[in-house]
Design a protein around this ligand. Structure first.
Ligand code: EPZ
Length: 419
């Protein structure tokens, strides 16, 4: 078993370069299954979710060539099976994108029930509603999802909830469908725009990504032949921004799109942090105890649920009582029990949590309950006095590349130990 051992408190200072977005990468890789050709993806984060994604593509017959740490070439000309390995697909959430892509390209697919972070119920009814509207027959019995279509024909789909996954998945299934598909009440996250840009670069005809209505004119074939670079990770950038505030540090965060960070910037300013926006980099610093704030997580462009635990660390140290309302996931406050072990005073009730700010956190052994909870605990350990041990690192490694090296490079006293 591995753990991270962090000795704090340390104000994080220096520069950090943001990697490509995990949640774009894990959609763009399955999207390569739509291409009857070869393409190269650059700026891929080197994380375990991306590695599993590549293994799934290979199991389906795609050939993958690694061009270094952050670039791969995918040759999807020969898809050899429509049964994706159940053990791999049930390991992570984004395996559901294989359904949309393979339905469109091959007319059938079988995958395991998608796994991923345990954040409460994670239904996929909107994905299925979209596939069925295009003419697919979907079965979800016995932990396996199988979908089949003799022909996919464009349709208009109104999403009952704003869903990142369903928006991307229906977009994938519509790319090679006959006619026009309209996704209404679509999600608008930067990674949705990125997936659409990738597909358009490869020959698709998708318009309106980034708005709540996306129109996909089906094309006969995607031929590839191009190179695409994944968008910088909004959530990774936000994680370091909030780390600067929680540790009273000063970070220049490079290779980000600051437009994607506006909801985070606004809250950082509200709690007393300073922000300098340079367009493709952002400086965040804070030399005072954070002030209290109220946060409600919302789909983009609202405050992202994937930064809620990291913001929770800031608010647990704030002067006064703060509240967070989580409107996306049922169960994203599990990290508050861990922060309370470090001296925080947080009461979580259902989808709300109340943070009675404390002056200091103290090191303790803590368990990462999901990916972003893990990031929050690293920030907390860096801000806290004494030694923090963070366990369950497999969650963190799913989504943050070289996390301890990058925290070390900005001053954290952090090491990974195998027991
Ligand atoms: C994506 O999950 C991200 N994962 C999550 O990031 C992120 O928290 C989430 O979007 C919200 O931004 C990936 O991109 C791989 P949703 P996804 O469909 O697509 C409900 C992280 O830490 N819903 O937008 O699974 C659902 O229950 C991870 O990087 C339905 O009711 O989320 C939730 O309440 C964790 N029916 C809401 O919609 C559906 O068919 C939003 O979920 C689909 C979703």
């Amino acid at each position: 078993m591995e753990k991270l051992v962090i000795k704090g408190p340390t104000p994080l200072k220096g520069e950090v370069v943001i990697n490509g977005a995990k949640n774009a990468a894990v959609a763009i890789l399955p999207a390569t299954l739509l291409i009857d050709g070869i393409c190269t993806i650059d700026n891929l984060p080197n994380i375990s979710d991306v590695n599993i994604c590549c293994q799934i593509l290979e199991a389906l017959g795609a050939k993958i060539t690694r061009n270094g740490k952050h670039s791969i070439t995918v040759d999807s000309r020969n898809i050899t099976t429509t049964k994706a390995p159940l053990d791999l697909t049930s390991k992570f959430r984004a395996s559901y994108y294989v359904i949309g892509a393979m339905l469109s390209r091959m007319g059938e697919i079988e995958v395991g029930m998608p796994g991923g972070c345990k954040l409460g119920a994670r239904p996929i009814d909107q994905h299925i509603k979209g596939f069925e509207a295009l003419g697919a027959v979907v079965d979800t019995g016995k932990g396996v999802i199988s979908a089949k279509a003799d022909e996919l024909v464009g349709n208009t789909i109104y999403m009952d909830v704003v869903s990142v996954g369903a928006t991307i998945n229906v977009m994938l299934s519509a790319v090679l469908a006959k006619g026009t598909t309209v996704i209404d009440n679509a999600a608008k996250e930067p990674h949705i725009v990125d997936v659409a840009n990738f597909l358009n670069t490869m020959g698709a005809d998708i318009r309106g990504a980034g708005t709540d209505m996306i129109k996909i004119n089906g094309v006969e074939k995607l031929s590839g032949g191009a190179t695409y670079s994944v968008v910088p990770d909004q959530i990774e950038a936000g994680t370091f921004m909030l780390a600067a505030v929680a540790t009273k540090g000063d970070l220049l965060i490079k290779n980000c799109i600051t437009k994607h960070l506006e909801s985070i910037t606004a809250k950082i300013i509200e709690v007393g942090g300073q922000v300098e926006d340079f367009g493709d980099s952002i400086r965040v610093y804070c030399d005072q105890r954070p002030k209290k704030a109220s946060i409600k997580t919302l789909p983009y462009p609202g405050f992202p649920t994937d930064l809620q635990p990291q913001m929770g660390v800031v608010l647990s140290l704030a002067d006064g009582t703060s509240t967070i309302n989580e409107s996306i996931w049922e169960s994203r406050f599990q990290y508050t029990d861990e922060l309370n072990k470090m001296g925080a005073k947080i009461t979580a009730q259902g989808k709300s949590a109340f943070f009675e700010g404390v002056e200091k956190l103290y090191g303790a052994p803590v368990y990462s309950t999901d990916l972003r909870a893990g990031a929050a605990l690293i920030i907390a350990g860096t801000a806290a006095e004494g030694i923090t041990e963070v366990y369950n690192l497999e969650h963190i490694d799913r989504g943050y590349e070289d996390i301890e090296e990058r925290f070390r490079s900005i001053g954290a006293d952090i090491k990974r130990i195998s027991e």
